[in-house]
Structures are given as structure tokens and as C-alpha cells.
Write a protein that binds this ligand. Structure first.
Ligand SMILES: [Zn+2]
Length: 321
């Protein structure tokens, strides 16, 4: 009895020592990133590569364990167990990964435990009658058809709120398919807009439709009201939400303030500490062009070179032969 107790405490000490050495703590924040299957053209909606960039950028943050699942919903039924944050980057609408086969119920259990919930780009859209209420409750906003819109435009972000997600983020401008006029809770209760910009008139050039325009958004744009394209949310149970509508264009990972906003948000969602100046990780173009989905079309490098000519605010091509 004594010997076995001695042995077990010895074993426990050894395990604790080993986990301290590797930086893995039992209380590490578990962040689950779910990347949907391939979609859209080359360097667009790069679910897998985007999630793997997040994993790469956070690998040296102590006390955070990022687990990436690619190709769709994780097969392991325990993948979400004990999650401190779940982030989904996938095709939305009827095909959204979260609304298939009892997954809303699976997520509800995780959310009831106070886990954070975040969605990127098309992942912020679910049908109003299937997932809409849940996304509003978990994330504090979502893309509602016939209310929200999805034009491509250059958003200029000039000021930021006093919020950990904005730590170290400096003014920047990026062209993306920035969805806006999201469906938010009544009176924006619990919501802190993180990235806001005035949408130019040309975002309203298309006719009305589920994603292209409606009287309410036209009125808001005509008034010049700032549109929120990334936001933070705090639920009454302490759980957190984050919505980010950009990331149609994978090359926007090149912009350090764009990626800092996302990386800070992942930490914040999981109740991990966001560094005072935000998460600063340099990325080469070679890294950004790694893990891309196989798609037909132009080569990613050609697209990158053309983008550089069109968008002078994006840093020069580097690290790619
Ligand atoms: Zn898109």
C-alpha cells in the first residue's frame, strides 16, 4: 500500500515535471478549429490553410492547445469535449457544418459549459430558421439573408475599441468580401464592434436579393453609418463569441493587423490572455501559400504577384521563388 502510494506520487511528480518541460499544462486552453472542405477558387475560402496558419501562429503561446480538424466536422465524437473555444471556417448557408445532423445540439452542450464560439467568413452565415437563433445566442451576430450583404470592397479601419482583441492593432485597409449589416441582438446587447468601416455607395450597386441588397441596408449605407465586420460578444454565462466576415481572400493573411485581429480573438475566445501588443507573428508568403486546397485555375504565385500590383498597401512579395 505504502509503496504503491509512493510510486503513484512519484509517477505524478514525473508526469507534472514532463508536462512543465514541454509547456503542456493540464489546464491549457483547448481551442478547436474546424476547417470545412475545399470551396471557391484558388486562394479564396482557404479553410484548411487558414486554420493551419492560426495553429502555426499560436504554437508558441504557453497554456494554449490548438487542435485543427480539416476536411469537415471532426470524426471523433469527443473532439469538442472540454473545448474552451470552437472556431469554424467553412461554407455557410444550408451547407454550414454546424447545422447538420444534430451538431447544433452537440455545440449547445459545449456552449452551456461556457466555451467561446467563433466563425470566419462564410462560416458566419446560417439560415435564419436553422442555426440563426443559436448563432445569435452564441456569437452575438450572424449573416442573415435578405438583411446582410456580401460585396467586395476595401474597408478602412481607422479606430478600434478598448478591447483585448484590438490589442496592438493599428489602422489598416484591406480589400475583402467584407459582409456587413449582420443580424445583431436588439440594442447590440453584449456586442463590442471590433472592426468597423463606412461602406462606400458602390457596395450597393447590385439589385436586392438574399446576399446583395435590401431596403434596410441601403438606408444604412446612404446614411454613412459605420458597418461592423468583426465583433466580440459576451454571453450572460461568461461564454464569448467572435464573428469575422473577411477572409474570402487568403492573401489578406499577409496584412499583419488583419491577422493580429484574428489571432487575438482566438485567444480571447478561449479566455486566454491576449498579449498587451497583440499576437505578433511574422509570416512569409511561402508559409501563407502552404496547405492550400487543390483547386483548378491560376497558380497561387501568379495571383499573388497580380494582387501586389493592384493593392499597393499589401506588403511586397517575399520568400517565394
Ligand atoms: Zn467569399
Amino acid at each position: 500500500m505504502r509503496i504503491s502510494r509512493f510510486l503513484s506520487s512519484f509517477f505524478l511528480a514525473a508526469v507534472m515535471g514532463a508536462s512543465l518541460m514541454t509547456g503542456l499544462h493540464a489546464d491549457a486552453k483547448k481551442v478547436v478549429l474546424i476547417a470545412g472542405p475545399p470551396s471557391h477558387g484558388v486562394l479564396q475560402h482557404e479553410h484548411k490553410a487558414g486554420c493551419m496558419l492560426i495553429e502555426y501562429c499560436l504554437k508558441d503561446i504557453e497554456g494554449v492547445d490548438v487542435q485543427v480538424h480539416t476536411g469537415g466536422w471532426p470524426n471523433d465524437p469527443k473532439a469538442l469535449d472540454g473545448a474552451d473555444a470552437v472556431i469554424i471556417f467553412c461554407t455557410g448557408g444550408d451547407r454550414h457544418l454546424a447545422i447538420q445532423e444534430g451538431r447544433l445540439e452537440q455545440l449547445q452542450k459545449v456552449m452551456d459549459n461556457g466555451a467561446g464560439f467563433g466563425c470566419l467568413h462564410y462560416g458566419v452565415e446560417v439560415p435564419k430558421d436553422k442555426g440563426g437563433a443559436e448563432f445569435l445566442q452564441w456569437m452575438g451576430g450572424y449573416f442573415e439573408t435578405h438583411w446582410s450583404v456580401n460585396p467586395h470592397w476595401t474597408a478602412e479601419f481607422k479606430t478600434f475599441p478598448d478591447h483585448p482583441i484590438a490589442n496592438g492593432v493599428k489602422p489598416f485597409a484591406v480589400n475583402d468580401e467584407w459582409y456587413f449589416h449582420m443580424r445583431f441582438p436588439e440594442g447590440m446587447k453584449g456586442v463590442t464592434p471590433i472592426l468597423s468601416a463606412v461602406a462606400p455607395e458602390k457596395t450597393m450597386e447590385r439589385q436586392d436579393g438574399p446576399h446583395s441588397g435590401n431596403p434596410a441596408v441601403r438606408e444604412a449605407v446612404a446614411k454613412g453609418l459605420p458597418q461592423h465586420v468583426a465583433w466580440a460578444f459576451e454571453r450572460p454565462n461568461g461564454g464569448r463569441g467572435f464573428g469575422f466576415t473577411g477572409l474570402h481572400n487568403h492573401l489578406n493573411w499577409r496584412n499583419p493587423d488583419f491577422r493580429k485581429t484574428i489571432l487575438n480573438a482566438v485567444l480571447w475566445l478561449a479566455h486566454a490572455e491576449v498579449p498587451e501588443h497583440g499576437v505578433d507573428v511574422a509570416l512569409t508568403d511561402a508559409q501563407i501559400l502552404t496547405n492550400l486546397d487543390q483547386k483548378r485555375g491560376k497558380s497561387p504565385i501568379d495571383i499573388l504577384r497580380e494582387t501586389q500590383k493592384q493593392q499597393p498597401f499589401i506588403s511586397p512579395v517575399q520568400g517565394v521563388k
